[in-house]
Design a protein around this ligand. Structure first.
Ligand code: FMN
Length: 213
C-alpha cells in the first residue's frame, strides 16, 4: 500500500498529458491491471452500466482524430480508452445482473428478488434521458478509477471530453451495441517535449473546497 505521502506525490505527479511519447507502449501486465481496476469500479446498485473500449487500431484512431478537436493524444498515446455508457439498462439487464450476483455469490435468484425489485423500481421511475444521465455518472467513476490507477502505476493519462460523441458512436458502431461514448482517456507515457508536465498544479485552497460541520 502506498503511504500517505507517496499517494499524494503520485497525484501531484500526474497531469492531463498533452503530448505523449508515441514510441512507448504500456506493457501487458500494466494494461491488465488497468483493465481489472476498471472492472472493479463501484457503481450505483453495482449495475455497471458501462463498457470500456480500448482503441489500439491506428486507422480507427486516425478517423477519431478530427472528431476529437484534433487532439493528438488520440493518435500518439499508447492505448486510447473510450468509456461508453449502456443505453439498455432495463428490466432484462437488471435480471441478467441478478443472475450474475446469484452465480458469483452462490445464492438464488429468489433470494435476490427484493433487491431486484428495488432496482427495477429505481430504474423504471427515471425517464430515459434521466436514466442515461444517471448511467453516465457511473461511467465517470470509472474514468476516475482509471486515472488514479494509472497515476499509481506511473503511467500518464489525459481524460478527454473534447470529442463528438454522436460521431464516435457512428464510427465505433456503438449504437448497435446499446452503447454511447461518454468520456475518453488517453493512456501512455509523457513526451519530454510536453511543457504541461512542469506546470504547477492549480487548485483552489483547501479551505474553499473542504469544510466540516
Ligand atoms: C472530464 C474531463 C474532461 C477533460 N477533457 C479534456 C480534453 O478534452 N482535452 C484535454 O487536453 N484535457 C482535458 N481534460 C483535462 C483537464 O483540463 C485537466 O484535468 C485540468 O485542467 C486539471 O489539470 P491536471 O489534470 O493536469 O491536474 C479533461 C479533464 C476531465 C476531468
Amino acid at each position: 500500500m502506498p503511504d500517505n505521502t507517496s499517494l499524494i506525490d503520485h497525484f501531484n505527479w500526474r497531469y492531463a498529458t498533452k503530448v505523449f511519447d508515441a514510441t512507448r507502449k504500456v506493457n501487458d501486465a500494466d494494461l491488465a491491471t488497468l483493465e481489472e481496476a476498471l472492472r472493479l469500479t463501484p457503481s450505483s446498485f453495482g449495475l455497471q452500466p458501462w463498457h470500456f473500449l480500448i482503441v489500439t487500431d491506428e486507422e480507427i484512431r486516425e478517423k477519431l482524430l478530427p472528431l476529437s478537436w484534433n487532439q493528438k493524444q488520440v493518435t500518439e498515446c499508447s492505448h486510447y480508452f473510450v468509456l461508453c455508457t449502456r443505453t439498455d439498462v432495463d428490466v432484462d439487464y437488471i435480471d441478467r445482473f441478478v443472475s450474475e450476483i446469484a452465480n458469483d455469490r452462490g445464492t438464488t435468484i429468489e433470494e435476490l428478488q427484493g433487491y431486484r425489485d428495488v432496482m427495477v423500481d429505481f430504474v423504471s421511475r427515471m425517464p430515459s434521458v434521466e436514466r442515461l444521465t444517471w448511467a453516465t455518472r457511473q461511467t465517470y467513476l470509472a474514468l476516475q478509477r482509471l486515472m488514479d490507477t494509472a497515476a499509481l502505476l506511473e503511467i500518464d493519462a489525459c481524460p478527454m471530453e473534447g470529442f463528438s460523441a454522436p460521431q464516435y458512436d457512428e464510427v465505433l458502431q456503438l449504437s448497435e451495441k446499446n452503447l454511447t461514448a461518454s468520456v475518453c482517456c488517453a493512456i501512455g507515457y509523457r513526451s519530454a517535449e510536453d511543457k504541461y508536465a512542469s506546470l504547477a498544479k492549480s487548485r483552489f485552497p483547501k479551505e474553499e473546497v473542504i469544510s466540516y460541520l
